[in-house]
Design a protein. Structure first.
Length: 81
């Protein structure tokens, strides 16, 4: 995946993959300072994208209903808003 792709157009998986690659580059420490700043900014945007996609997924996950003693009694689906 190219860093030319707008972050908001990346899937969760692609954003996470690119974020992992950026972290490796930054951890190596052989990137010039100006490039490091650009990588960090891109990484921050990728992180925000991943967090947003995870939040959306959480709203779609079923919420397990428990009775008084903690026994599961069913699933309540959470709707998107």
């Amino acid at each position: 995946m190219s860093d030319k792709t707008p972050v908001d157009k990346l899937s969760f998986e692609d954003a996470l993959r690119e974020l992992d690659q950026l972290v490796v580059q930054l951890e190596r420490g052989d990137v010039p300072l100006t490039d490091s700043i650009a990588l960090y900014e891109r990484g921050a945007a990728l992180k925000a994208r991943c967090e947003s996609e995870l939040a959306k997924a959480e709203t779609k996950i079923g919420k397990i209903k428990l009775d008084g003693d903690g026994t599961p009694t069913g699933v309540e689906l959470v709707q998107d808003t």
